[in-house]
Design a protein around this ligand. Structure first.
Ligand code: GLC
Length: 772
């Protein structure tokens, strides 16, 4: 993209300013501006443009009333709510303050040249920047390779990495023009409602250069949690997936026949390993065609999927958007007859090569095309396929040179108003996911859809999961996964994870193991590899790898109630399941750059091993007290310490004050990690593990009473409590006496007791943790 020159158009002087509904309207000599508060801490800024964006990212159009004031000062106007002040200058710069006067963000007047926009904001000295969707970059996107060099720049253009990428590659498959600024005076989030190709960079200023479209954006203020809440109110809350999606997924490009898959599934049983899903890559298709199954290699898929389901294993199949261009094939002929496919300016079909050969591409910006596409899933659903994996949907095509996607002149319906691929490219995968989601909702209204999409845009969380694509088989790539997943979560996409072990090639046993240990705590826990890789299952590497992987898989399965409860929380609030450490204390600046550890919810801190032959590592611990998961030792946070990491474990810490719900069979295990002072709390969300029926939320609170401790359970919702017994597992204390709902129990050990569903448990304990 050419840089916007100094001669480009800026707003120039303000000629007219007036208050408008919950905001203000400004007529500058060159540009018009409309500012509107959607909530006290969320503002829409619209530099008027003749063609407004199609609201693909936005879900909330109606917002409750907000009280705002509009006042004029000497050279500026101030629009305020109870939380945020927006100052507009005569020249069109916009500054955001909290109501107590903290400077959040200082924007320069935008500049426009031809169809391009340049939007800049001054960054504070220590300001850290996060987000931008999926990035192979440091957690803090402002980190420069070298201070004298130009800043890293980040492209907004969903891109197929073609089989391999490592740290520094840009762009990746799923770009979102959103970032979060965190500095000493507060934090904010900005989301540009513009899917055009853009370039972002962050040095003294944050620069966003868009190749076209409107300059309409949203600024939210508040703590990171509140920012995610507002952003997902605007763009949609993450779906609540079926429970099984949090189990382990085994995948490989190269599972060529039913027999091969049967033996993989059998291997999990033989080796006593839990398994929830197997993914079928393009090898299951007939000539790599979308919505087909090869009849020779999968002759009885309906029976086979049923057989696997009875063992608790679901099948997920790949779907690529390209439809093979071939006469006399129903899918292609129908698409032609119904005018579904993308065309060029000359009205001719756009064809490009992907796996099956030359393909036509449905125009997902056309509602009829989405509808037509959504009808195609039925065939696979009838065969018992439980979920779909949308690949190559940037869309990626095979070219020897140039941009490996559709030509920018490709025409798109854009819901009827018309546009071209420059605008439609980044929303292509999002709209395919929407079509897939609708297919599953219509076909099986009693089940919740499971879709994994490689590409996407703002709002993908409403429909699908994603994964981090064709990541390299290196230790650096393993380490990259953490900031990538964290920045995705801060961009509203909570469900992601890597190909365990990397995509193309064969990781060493140690790399595979360390990768597995980390991924056991990520939302999407899937091993996947390319067709040239050796089979990669937990038993491929023999012992001790197999036993250690088993231990981590079993730990993962026992943590499923916690993951599921966090998914419910994500669905209610937009909070990511995987959080950066500063989520717990954004005033502790040491945490702003931590990208080698992560939080699962607020209770668990995971510190993976990211280098070969390491048997211990440094860990930066946030404030508060923390328990070692493996041996219950307590440490005081706000420190940096070296922790052991023999091959069979990685440092795992549990925040004091947490009650962690875990399970084994029909037994719920509440792991209670008390604080010295104050109360401890945990939640448990339950429902039928799928569908849209009744649900319940149990809240467990442990508080200090005059004599001992009291654990109170309160409930919401109508679903029956799903466990037949509850084990209370006490950490950092020894049980001496206990009453469950008033009745004394004598059958207990110093650390645990088993009871039925209770309302109140009174505990006399000896506290083992000492005040420091
Ligand atoms: C792409 C996908 C990869 C898949 C392969 C073959 O590279 O990213 O996951 O295995 O295509 O379908």
């Amino acid at each position: 993209m050419s840089n916007i020159s100094k001669t480009s158009q800026s707003p120039e002087k303000c000629l007219k300013a007036e208050s408008s509904f919950q905001g203000g309207y400004f007529q500058f000599k060159q540009l018009e501006l409309e500012i509107k508060f959607l909530a006290a801490d969320l503002v829409q800024i619209d530099w008027k443009y003749p063609v407004p964006p199609v609201p693909y990212g936005i879900i909330a159009q109606d917002w409750p009333m907000v009280e705002t004031t509009f006042e004029q000062r000497q050279n500026e106007w101030i629009i305020s709510s109870s939380k945020l002040k927006v100052l507009v200058s005569q020249e069109g710069s916009i500054t955001f303050y909290t109501t107590d006067g903290q400077l959040l963000r200082e924007e320069l007047p935008p500049q426009r040249q031809g169809q391009q926009w340049l939007h800049q904001a001054k960054l504070q000295l220590e300001e850290h920047i996060y987000g931008l969707g999926e990035r192979a970059a440091p957690l803090n996107l402002r980190t420069s390779p070298n201070t004298d060099e130009p800043p890293r720049s980040y492209q907004m253009w969903n891109y197929d990495m073609g089989g391999r990428y490592g740290p520094g590659a840009d762009p990746l498959y799923l770009c979102i023009p959103l970032y979060l600024g965190l500095h000493a005076q507060g934090s904010y989030l900005i989301f540009y409602e513009n899917p055009y190709r853009a370039t972002f960079s962050f040095k003294d200023v944050a620069r966003a250069e868009f190749e076209g479209g409107a300059l309409r954006y949203y600024v939210a203020s508040g703590e990171p949690a509140q920012l995610l809440k507002r952003y997902t109110e605007l763009t949609g809350r993450p779906v609540l997936p079926p429970y099984w999606a949090f189990g382990y997924h085994q995948s490989r490009w190269g599972y060529e026949t039913e027999e091969v898959i049967r033996s993989v599934a059998q291997g999990f049983i033989t080796h006593n390993l839990p398994l929830s899903a197997i993914h079928l890559d393009i090898d299951c298709q007939n000539g790599f065609r979308a919505f087909t199954i090869d009849p020779d290699r999968f002759p009885k898929l309906a029976n086979f999927s049923q057989e696997l389901k009875e063992r608790g294993v679901r099948l997920v199949t790949i779907i690529n958007p390209g439809v093979k261009a071939e006469r006399n094939r129903k899918l292609f002929e129908e698409g032609i007859a119904q005018d579904i496919f993308c065309k060029g300016e000359d009205g001719k079909l756009i064809l490009a090569p992907v796996w099956p050969g030359m393909c036509a591409f449905p125009d997902f910006t056309n509602p009829q095309a989405r509808h037509w596409w959504s009808r195609q899933y039925e065939y696979l659903l009838d065969l018992g396929i439980a979920g779909f994996w949308h690949d190559m949907n940037e869309p990626g095509v095979f070219t020897l040179w140039g941009d490996a996607t559709l030509p920018t002149v490709t025409q798109h319906a854009m819901e009827g108003r018309g546009g071209d691929h420059r605008e439609a490219h980044n929303v292509y995968g999002l709209l395919q996911a929407q079509a897939g989601y609708e297919a599953l909702r219509n076909y099986q209204p009693e089940l919740r859809p499971f879709i994994v999409s490689r590409a996407g845009w703002a709002g993908l969380q409403r429909y699908a999961w994603t994964w981090t694509g064709d990541i390299d088989i290196t230790w650096q790539a393993l380490a990259q996964t953490i900031p990538t997943v964290l920045n995705m979560g801060l961009s509203g996409i909570p469900y992601t994870g890597p190909d365990i072990g990397g995509f193309k090639g064969d990781p060493t046993a140690e790399l595979y193991l360390r990768w597995f240990q980390m991924a056991s705590f990520l939302p999407f826990c899937r091993t996947h590899s390319a067709n040239n890789a050796k089979p990669r299952t937990p038993w491929s590497y023999g012992e001790p790898t197999l036993s250690i992987v088993r231990k981590f898989l079993k730990l993962r399965y026992s943590l499923l109630p916690y993951f599921y409860t966090l998914a419910w929380e994500a669905n209610q609030t937009g909070y990511p399941l995987i959080r950066p450490l500063f989520w717990l204390d954004n005033e502790d600046r040491r945490l702003w750059d931590v990208e080698d550890s992560f939080l699962v919810g607020n209770a668990l801190m995971v510190c993976p091993i990211l280098k070969p032959e390491k048997r211990s590592r440094r860990v930066l611990v946030p404030k508060g007290h923390w328990y070692h998961f493996w041996d219950d030792q307590v440490l005081e946070g706000k420190c940096e310490i070296e922790l052991d990491a023999p091959l069979e474990q990685i440092p795992l810490l549990v925040r004091a004050g947490s009650i962690l719900p875990m399970e084994t069979g029909q037994r719920l295990i509440l792991h209670i990690y008390p604080l010295i002072e104050g109360y401890s709390q945990g939640y448990l969300y339950s429902d039928a593990k799928d569908g849209y029926g009744d649900w319940r939320l149990d809240t467990f609170t442990l508080a200090r009473e005059e004599e001992g401790l009291e654990l109170i359970r309160s409930e919401q919702g109508n679903y029956d409590f799903p466990y037949s017994e509850i084990e209370l597992y006490l950490h950092g204390m020894k049980l001496q006496q206990v009453w469950v709902d008033g009745e004394e129990i004598t059958d207990f050990s110093p650390e645990k007791l088993v009871c039925c569903l209770f309302n109140k448990v009174r505990l006399i304990v000896e506290l083992m943790i000492v005040d420091s």
